[in-house]
Design a protein around this ligand. Sequence first.
Ligand SMILES: Nc1ncnc2c1ncn2[C@@H]1O[C@H](COP(=O)(O)O)[C@@H](OP(=O)(O)O)[C@H]1O
Length: 372
Amino acid sequence: MKLSCISRRFLYTKQNPLIMSTDYLREAYIAQLAVKRASLLTCKVSEEHLNEQSIDKSDSSPVTVGDFGAQAIIIKSILSNFPNDEVVGEEDSNLIKEKKIDDLIFKYVNEIQNLDSINNENLNIIENSNDLCDTIDKGNSQGGQKGRIWALDPIDGTKGFLRGDQYAVCLALIVDGDVKVGVIGCPNLPHDLRKENSPKGGLFTAIKGHGSYFQDLKSDITFPLNKSSPINVHNDYDLSKARVLEGVEKAHSSHSLQNLIKEKLNIKQPSVNLDSQAKYCALSKGDAEIYLRLPKDPNYREKIWDHAAGFLLVNESGGKVTDIYGNLLKFDYGRTLNSQGVIAASNNVHSSVIDAIKSIIGENGENLKEFC
Ligand SMILES: Nc1ncnc2c1ncn2[C@@H]1O[C@H](COP(=O)(O)O)[C@@H](OP(=O)(O)O)[C@H]1O
């Protein structure tokens, strides 16, 4: 369906009994197509075991052919539809040029962009390896308070990707500092984390003011969202039975502080450890109830691409996402947030979690250093 003619009118989605204004619906649709295409590339890289090979960036974090290829695919798709927008992307092409891996990455990108299984009509293609590097480098926006800015993490949880565990392809549209659209592809995430042998692969979509949705990553993407089902956080439960989502990497969140908070809240259930924004996805569909991310380094500032899509997804699912002091995350500061840590939970328990944190680290974080 050609979308350029559809603007600001009202649509009825067949499966979801919901009248939707079409504000940002087209952006969400293009973002879904782009994230799905990039997710397929990451799966291909995994199937060929190329995910097990990584290069270290200057901050010692790993990057793979999958990260670069996914960033190229998504930026090309976004900017060919919205040429005046900016992109804050995690990667740049310096290492590609240094390690001379542009042809290798282009080979994967080209294979994926020629698949028939994706709606190609609305997405443009990367022409060659020069175009690949130029496109990746268009993710160099500095972010900020004004304009339409996409925050892109082509592979969030690269360490999970290297292990063959959870990772997520994450894209959000921020308009004048406000997150309007969030789309996350999670190729390895079970549809229901609480069930064994649940099928894997989810595409999560949120539009500000219009809720959040889940669909099988393998299913067709249709306009507008009519293959997706609405999702909600789990709201009605006893806090002591809450399942807490935590990262896998001990360097990204203080595990000692996580344990003290759970003790304080009398939570006895084992935690669920997942890499990446898959944690926000699990929370949004009620597979777990609380997400804790506590600073390990008091000077570390979270990156906007690591949280923008998940923030909107949880908010639109009826939850709340703040820093460790209970302040809403703000995405208008630049490439990073200007706050510490992340606490996400359903509205009914969020304040109890923040109270528990403050009782341990102090109202203004006086004791936080002890746990870093
Ligand atoms: N000291 C630190 N504190 C918090 N997050 C960190 C960190 N160092 C790196 N990260 C971020 O943590 C992300 C992974 O999150 P998680 O631990 O929830 O899986 C990484 O994303 P990438 O994998 O895209 O680099 C990286 O941006």
